[in-house]
Design a protein around this ligand. Structure first.
Ligand SMILES: [Zn+2]
Ligand SMILES: [Zn+2]
Length: 356
């Protein structure tokens, strides 16, 4: 009788809060009836990977293989999987599980499930730690796998699975998709750059609001923004007052909200998506006189992921990326922390040596 050998994969894991990644081999569960076994092709580097590997939120468990903008190829499917077949190019994002019974789950907005399971730094239903996409392979429940549209390059698709979805979901949910709207993007990093691209693809007039002149040329000429306003330029800020239907605020550090709220039109929405662990303040008349909303949004659903990928495919939307090999990942994380990337690193996992 042959002994059943455990299936393993090698990824790059953080071992402690220094956040330095190095090769780590671990076991993968067998492909269950609902599972898809995915060979990872590439994986985007998201700013939240840094918070996780460095234990900034105090909830990190090690060894931890990060990565939640995963594009791969289907190698094996479970007995009841019909949506995918061997050879398909697929994506996996921020989540790999949910309870399926709560109100958000029943409404297909499983990202708001209180029992959601994160792609990494979480515990799966079998009691094993989840590990992310900076690895040779992942086994993922088919509900949390999406098809990458035909003709879309894997490295182009990767940043869409977190950054792209994060901006697409609130625009879709709040009915902000029609042509001709005027949008503002506050902060030009991985998410902000995608915000400009997606808003432009929707036919919006896009104003980038930034703290300095530094990114003017980039925003206007490369990303296609229509206007660029420096937030410290009070006369330009005054001119722009009352002009925007929404602002996507990606700034992840404390900042006053009033200057931005005053740029919104009647019923305008300030959509927060930077994780800020300091209380923000604002004066109520700024929202009352104009019935403005301050809201937030968290990634998007699997259904929205499919819609968003189709939308990006149809519009020929591309992300600005820098493709690197796995042995560069620590340097990439260091550069990302300093905002020294235009605008997303994508690790070419399949083209990298993972065990050294
Ligand atoms: Zn992310
Ligand atoms: Zn649920």
């Amino acid at each position: 009788m042959a002994l059943e050998t455990e299936r393993t994969t090698t990824g790059w894991a953080a071992r402690d809060a220094s956040g330095i990644l190095s090769p780590y081999t671990y076991s993968l569960r067998n492909t269950g009836p609902e599972d898809v076994y995915v060979k990872v092709l590439c994986c985007g580097v998201c700013h939240s990977d840094i918070h996780q590997i460095k234990n900034d939120l105090g909830m990190s468990n090690y060894p931890m293989v990060p990565g939640h903008e995963v594009v791969g190829e289907v190698v094996e499917v479970g007995s009841t999987v019909t949506k995918f077949k061997v050879g398909d190019t697929v994506g996996v994002g921020v989540l790999v599980g949910c309870c399926r019974n709560c109100r958000p789950c029943k409404a297909d907005i499983e990202q708001y499930c209180n029992k959601k399971i994160w792609s990494y730094n979480d515990v799966y239903t079998d009691g094993k730690p989840t590990q992310g996409g900076f690895a040779g392979a992942m086994v993922v429940d088919q509900k949390f796998v999406v098809k990458i549209p035909e003709g879309m390059a894997p490295e182009q698709a990767a940043p869409l699975l977190c950054a792209g979805l994060t901006v697409y979901s609130p625009l879709s949910h709040f009915g902000l998709t029609q042509r001709g709207l005027r949008g503002g993007i506050l902060g030009i990093g991985g998410v902000g750059h995608m915000g400009v691209k997606i808003a432009k693809a929707m036919g919006h007039h896009v104003t980038v609001i930034s703290s300095s002149e530094k990114k003017r040329e980039e925003a206007m000429e490369h990303l296609g923004a229509d206007e660029y306003v420096v937030s410290s330029d009070s006369s330009r800020m005054q001119e722009a007052a009352d002009s925007l239907d929404y602002i996507i605020d990606t700034v992840p550090v404390f900042h006053p909200l009033e200057p931005y709220l005053s740029l919104l039109k009647l019923d305008g929405k300030l959509i927060l998506m930077g994780v800020i662990n300091t209380p923000l303040q604002f004066l109520t008349p700024v929202v009352m006189l104009g019935r403005k909303s301050i809201t937030g949004s968290f990634i998007g659903s699997m259904k929205e992921t499919e819609e968003m990928l189709e939308f990006c495919k149809e519009k020929g939307l591309s992300s600005m990326i820098e493709v690197v090999k796995m042995d560069y990942v620590n340097k990439a994380l260091e550069r990302l922390e300093k905002n020294d990337v235009r605008y997303r690193f994508v690790v070419d996992v399949a083209g990298s040596k993972l065990d050294q």
